[in-house]
Design a protein around this ligand. Structure first.
Ligand SMILES: [Zn+2]
Length: 236
């Protein structure tokens, strides 16, 4: 399932049976004193591994390449900021490579999701889909599937994101690092409800992600396989 750990024969077997690739996109970014800087990427990666267990396919190693991070926004440290042009091009070239490899559906899951970052990623997807009718590509934030059943997710190191990491990697979260009393989100660099985070809430968000996303991804792959020209393996 983890692309970088697979041998060629194992990748070939997936391409024959379930030619689906997941690409997780995150950032290195300040996420409050209580969370590691890779939170965005770590939670989206674990969520996507759970999803891949349901649908089949492969998960690429997560990409840490964020635009519009906490660095330009609030001057926060331990944050790596990349240009919009690079993010767009990096997304585009990943898609071209996965297409060349023979994947017929590609799902890009964004763990970092400031609006301008999402725009940069979606521009990379659009550059690809303008050239290729197939494979089918879906680009979603990690909180979007839960929103399909009206569950609000997506914050910045607040209750939701912190809960997801408490669910997957409790060893990396230390809520005692937050100051006493009410949180000033601008100063702490996290959504003010961070102290309400629990592993149970994270487990619920993680379960909703898989429940909602799995049928959508299966349908995407089904459309791609059905629409794939039988006489050519690639190129339209
Ligand atoms: Zn985040």
């Amino acid at each position: 399932m983890k692309y970088e750990e697979m041998r060629p024969d194992q990748i070939n077997a997936v391409l024959r049976e379930t030619p689906l690739a997941y690409l997780v996109w995150g950032a290195h970014e300040w996420h409050g004193a209580h969370n590691p800087t890779g939170l965005d990427t770590l939670k989206a990666y674990h969520m996507t591994l759970d999803l891949c267990r349901e649908t089949g396919g492969v998960v690429l190693p997560p990409v840490y390449c964020g635009y519009q991070t906490m660095k330009p926004w609030g001057g926060f440290s331990h944050t790596l900021e990349f240009s919009k042009a690079l993010v767009t091009q990096y997304v585009y070239e990943h898609l071209e490579n996965l297409y060349e490899e023979g994947f017929k559906a590609i799902v890009l899951v964004m763990g970092h999701y400031g609006s301008k970052h999402v725009e940069a990623v979606k521009e990379g997807v659009a550059r690809f889909t303008e050239r290729h009718r197939l494979p089918r590509v879906l680009a979603i934030t990690d909180y979007e599937p839960a929103s399909w059943v009206d569950v609000r997710g997506g914050d910045h190191a607040g209750k939701n994101e912190t809960s997801l990491l408490l669910h997957y990697r409790p060893d990396l979260v230390d809520l005692s690092r937050l100051p006493e009393g009410a949180l000033d989100s601008g100063r702490e660099g996290c959504t003010a409800d961070a102290k309400e985070a629990t592993a149970d809430h994270g487990a619920r968000l993680a379960r909703l992600f898989v429940e909602q996303a799995a049928p959508r991804v299966r349908a995407l792959l089904g459309e791609a396989v059905e629409g794939w020209p039988a006489h050519i393996s690639r190129g339209e």
